[in-house]
Design a binder for this molecule. Structure first.
Ligand code: NAD
Length: 244
């Protein structure tokens, strides 16, 4: 018997990086998994692929309904889709602040609101939100991104308190700099991406980037029955960044 046998899961941003690693691990451990993403063209037949933009109110409602129809239930929600933003507080204009908040904060809220009715019917309901070490470590040139990820910590605590009596757990992970397509895209802009990757790794307390499967492992722990007594927590997977 596998840990997630009989359970159905949604992973937003599941077509890449941390989300894809999590979708794979959940499936390996017995879950039926729906991948929700902007582009699901490359998603294999082992997943239910649902095209979804988390900034689209009606689109999110329809995507969650499609998962319930397709998988027959919903137990686990990995609320992971997010985008980056660089710069100090004045670097981005207010339209950009609204755009990133719309994905990173309101996207998570939309998916939560659409999923809660189905989660109430699950005996194993669990949501895991992907925050970031940027929520608790003062990183330079990350004002907008950090604000969105800090809000997710508060949302996690509030939702955990609101829904614990309904049997729904809500936790979050706070990854450090992780080796995903997102970070590879940033590195590709450097004159020497290989040297830049090595330098970035050397700046982490553990001397390397965090891997997507390592973050997925933490997410699956929080999503599944092994953490049945845990709600309203943040699990850093950041190579020691909190110790800086
Ligand atoms: P990634 O770019 O590899 O994957 C993100 C996925 O989210 C992509 O498939 C993208 O298409 C999808 N996505 C983006 N906007 C979307 C939208 N509006 N609707 C639906 N899907 C959308 O990035 P990643 O590194 O795997 O990041 C995943 C999460 O982890 C993000 O929330 C990010 O903030 C967080 N995180 C990443 C790092 C890191 O260093 N990589 C560190 C801390 C936190």
């Amino acid at each position: 018997m596998k840990e997630f046998d009989g359970l159905a899961a949604i992973v937003t941003g599941g077509a890449s990086g941390i989300g894809l690693a999590t979708a794979r691990l959940l499936a390996e451990r017995g879950a039926r998994v729906a991948v929700l993403d902007l582009n699901v063209d490359g998603i294999g037949p082992e997943f239910l692929a649902v095209q979804c933009d988390v900034t689209d109110d009606a689109g999110v409602t329809a995507a969650v309904a499609a998962v319930e129809r397709g998988l027959g239930r919903l137990d686990v929600v990995i609320n992971n889709a997010g985008i980056g933003a660089q710069g100090a507080v004045e670097a981005n204009d207010l339209d950009e602040w609204r755009r990133v908040l719309d994905v990173n904060l309101l996207g998570v809220v939309r998916v939560a609101r659409a999923s809660l009715p189905a989660l109430r019917a699950s005996p194993a309901a669990s949501m895991v939100i992907t925050s970031s070490m940027a929520a608790t470590v003062g990183l330079p040139q990350r004002a907008l991104y950090s604000a969105t990820k800090g809000a997710l910590l508060s949302l996690t605590l509030a939702m955990a308190a609101d829904h614990v009596h309904e049997g729904i757990r809500v936790n979050c992970v706070a990854p450090g700099t992780a080796d995903t397509p997102w970070v590879q895209r940033l590195l590709a802009r450097a004159a020497d991406p290989v040297a830049e990757l090595a330098a970035l790794g050397a700046r982490q307390p553990i001397g390397r980037l965090v891997s997507a499967p390592e973050v997925a492992e933490a997410i699956c722990y929080l999503a599944g029955p092994r953490s049945a007594s845990t709600t309203g927590t943040v699990l850093p997977v950041d190579g020691g960044a909190q110790s800086l």
